[in-house]
Design a protein around this ligand. Sequence first.
Ligand SMILES: Cc1cc2nc3c(=O)[nH]c(=O)nc-3n(C[C@H](O)[C@H](O)[C@H](O)COP(=O)(O)OP(=O)(O)OC[C@H]3O[C@@H](n4cnc5c(N)ncnc54)[C@H](O)[C@@H]3O)c2cc1C
Length: 421
Amino acid sequence: MTWTRRKFGMLAGAAGIAALGVRAAKSAAKARVVVVGGGIGGATVAKYLAASAASIDVTLVEPKPCYTTCFFSNYYLAGMRSFESLTHDYQRLARRYGIKVVHESATAIDPAAKTVMLGGGAKLEYDRCVVAPGISFEFGSFEGYDQAAMQIMPAAWNGGPQTKLLRKQLESMEDGGLFVIGAPPDPFRCPPGPYERACLVAYYFKQFKPRAKILILDAKDTFFEQDLFQDAWNRHYPGMIEWLPGQFTGGIKSVDVKTRTIRTKGETFRASVANIIPPQMAGEFAQKAGLTDQSGWCPVDPVSFESTLQPGIHVVGDAISGGDMPKSAFATNSQAKVCAFAIAAALTGSAPGEPHLYNTCFTILSPDDAVTDSISFKAVAGAIRIKDIFVSQVGESDELRREVAQAASGWYAAFTHDVFG
Ligand SMILES: Cc1cc2nc3c(=O)[nH]c(=O)nc-3n(C[C@H](O)[C@H](O)[C@H](O)COP(=O)(O)OP(=O)(O)OC[C@H]3O[C@@H](n4cnc5c(N)ncnc54)[C@H](O)[C@@H]3O)c2cc1C
């Protein structure tokens, strides 16, 4: 199963690039595509478009010199992976695919003039623009939590310094301390993420701080793969992890960073380390560019990922209203390929193909015990809906779970190669 998936990803990538090249070769003029955001969505669109470099000129705008994945950051928190192994630069995208990588922030889009404004004052002209800014946080959803509070109670929900900060706090936490995870309401980036984090931090505690406890204060009453997680918590970490659903606590009402306390409707918890993951919405740039609706996310056409609010601008990744599609790196990469095909077709006057959208997630319960889900999607009446779904089951053999854990590492290597060249 593992081999097939990885192989499929690579074959799909190769076939995709070849198909783009054929279509793009039909057009003589160099079309310009500006991609804002060099995360998973933006880097994938840029690479797959630039692979047809003969006719499409691609500029990728991203302020950071390197991208650190949030996927597999829970491994880093558990001491199972180095920070460097999660970090990727843009050199191969520039060298191999001729993408112009501009390390600046985009500040605005002028859809009438078809230009993207950069922080340094320059303007980039485009025929098509792609926006992939990821998520932003809804500060103000509970009292006391803002950008400054996040430096003391990190969310660690974007890869990078926040993940390092949380790891440092876990390292210096006393044995017998309480680690509180505030899990957000739907929809949010990586539905299994907070619960996988509980598993891997518990794995770390088991070795180095065996008297420590983990409390998950959830805004929700249920969560994705709940049966798999609760089974794993009982088997691997008995008595270490407590989960309190929103219906019991009413969710987090306020936090006080000075005393590291977290207040719900009826109770106050004192954390040794608090990992508060706030409610989320589309990245700030998408909001500024008029790409979000009242939901806080970006509505798109699921065949082309063109914004339904701003023609000529496409949005991919966690920022979109994805229907049944989860906010994951795999899903983002799949959307980005569909989007690249659609843009290449539009710029060369050919008909767009039928979109094929997938998601596969590997979730690590302990180093030798991982589960997976694999979902295909179809576009139905302007929305993305589940076509087929496979999810691991409680009670699977140790051998199968070990194989899935090994497959996860293979997936990371193949996937990041697919995105960053
Ligand atoms: C703990 C955790 C575990 C996860 N595990 C998995 C997993 O196992 N599998 C999986 O598939 N997914 C996983 N994910 C989810 C995955 O990381 C995200 O879904 C994915 O990163 C989304 O890609 P994106 O391109 O939409 O956003 P991002 O990857 O966040 O990229 C957005 C980029 O846009 C840039 N940007 C923002 N504003 C601007 C601007 N104004 N100008 C220029 N650039 C800008 C940012 O700097 C950033 O580089 C996990 C997430 C977390 C938090």
